[in-house]
Design a protein around this ligand. Structure first.
Ligand SMILES: Nc1ncnc2c1ncn2[C@@H]1O[C@H](COP(=O)(O)OP(=O)(O)OP(=O)(O)O)[C@@H](O)[C@H]1O
Ligand code: SF4
Ligand SMILES: [Mg+2]
Length: 358
């Protein structure tokens, strides 16, 4: 290198060093805790060959709550169970599921068992699926703690009691010795949440955890879940068919229909300005206590059989504002605002649902 070139290189290095001293490096946002890309699930057995999820994409940050909303059979449980690979026999999963940097679909069975609990935990709709009727609640929570952490029985039992207190089970010490059938539905549900929290998961999945409860207990458990989620900073994927429940707990909402997301966005936008006719239909069929006497508008018809989906938009046979184009091809998922995406040919028009229906 000539002297001039050397000096020029030194000058340029000096300048860039000065620049980097002057301008602080831009803050790099941490990657999302959960990153799901093009998730597809197909069930293939000698008796059945059906695709249940058709390429889902979503991400979730630490401390955020995503609610999956949709009618029965839309694929909500299959979606959340995919995150733990708790799928029916014959399931073929494609795409990518990364949780806290771990590639869930690449894990071997022993590795998968190790992440169930401390990384991802699930609370089911029916506590009977979580608790063994032959053992006490305290034993089962303590046993789960000991399966993942090197602690004594005494310490694990103390943790079980702390957890029952955390989920506001009255007389927690005494309930440690109760069998699942000795608790009321609401207390069993709280104990199941304690079990799910026992290994301090980073991601909590709650698959309709309040559906089997009566309305008063349901709201108590929901408020408790929201409080715990904030206190513990967990990311949560919450499944419900009830938009009212989603309003209580969600940051983001993904509306599911026939194994696809049809609308996704922040809860306020989904409630105030739904842009997919199915979302509008779900909202129209919810009782609103603020508007006494308001008429409920059920969505006509039923979701299609997943083995015989229509060629175009899956909602087309039930859609009140369908156009001829809707039956031709499945609309793409279109970004209509930051974080708000919709899968409908009308979404690009920018019209609100009310205008479309006139
Ligand atoms: N093992 C299986 N073989 C074939 N189809 C299945 C299997 N398990 C589920 N399905 C189908 O997958 C679809 C989605 O089921 P999923 O349980 O995810 O629905 P969901 O949205 O959770 O409904 P719900 O609100 O009733 O719990 C349904 O049509 C269901 O019949
Ligand atoms: S694409 Fe067409 S049929 Fe589907 S929801 Fe939109 S308007 Fe209705
Ligand atoms: Mg389900």
């Amino acid at each position: 290198m000539t002297l001039a070139a050397t000096l020029a290189a030194q000058e340029s290095a000096q300048e860039s060093a000065q620049e980097s001293e002057q301008a602080p490096a831009p803050a790099v946002a941490p990657p999302p805790l959960v990153q799901v890309e093009n998730l597809r699930v197909r069930i293939k057995t000698p008796d059945v060959d059906v695709t249940l999820l058709h390429g889902l994409n979503f991400s979730l940050n630490q401390g955020e709550v995503l609610c999956l909303v949709g009618e029965s059979g839309s694929g909500k449980s299959i979606t959340v169970r995919s995150l733990l690979r708790l799928l029916p026999p014959g399931a073929i999963v494609e795409g990518s599921i990364i949780v806290d940097g771990i590639d869930i679909l690449a894990l071997k069975p022993a590795q998968l068992r190790a992440v169930r609990g401390p990384l991802i935990a699930i609370a089911f709709q029916e506590p009977a699926t979580s608790f063994d009727p032959a053992f006490t609640i305290g034993y089962q929570i303590a046993e789960t703690v000991r399966a993942h952490e090197q602690v004594s029985w005494a310490d694990a039992t103390r943790r079980a009691q702390d957890l029952l207190e955390l989920v506001q089970v009255p007389s927690a010490k005494r309930r440690l010795d109760a069998y699942p059938h000795e608790l009321s539905g609401g207390l069993r549900q709280r104990a199941m949440i304690a079990l799910a929290l026992s290994c301090r998961p980073k991601l909590l999945i709650a698959d309709e955890p309040t559906t089997a409860l009566d309305a008063t207990v349901q709201i108590q458990v929901l408020l408790l879940l929201r409080e715990l989620q904030r206190e513990l900073g967990m990311a949560t994927v919450f499944v419900t068919h009830d938009v009212g429940v989603a309003c209580e707990i969600a940051d983001q909402v993904a509306v599911m229909y026939s194994g696809r997301f049809v609308e996704m966005g922040p809860i306020e936008r989904i409630i105030d300005a739904p842009r997919h006719p199915y979302t509008a239909g779900l909202l129209g069929s919810v009782v609103t206590p603020d508007v006494p006497g308001a008429r409920l508008e059920p969505i006509p018809g039923a979701p299609p059989d997943p083995t015989a989906l229509p060629p175009g938009c899956s909602f087309e046979p039930r859609c009140r504002v369908a156009r001829p184009a809707c039956a031709q091809a499945m609309p793409a998922f279109t970004q209509i605002a930051p974080l708000h995406q919709v899968r409908c040919v009308l979404a690009a028009s920018g019209a609100a649902m009310g205008d479309i229906e006139k």
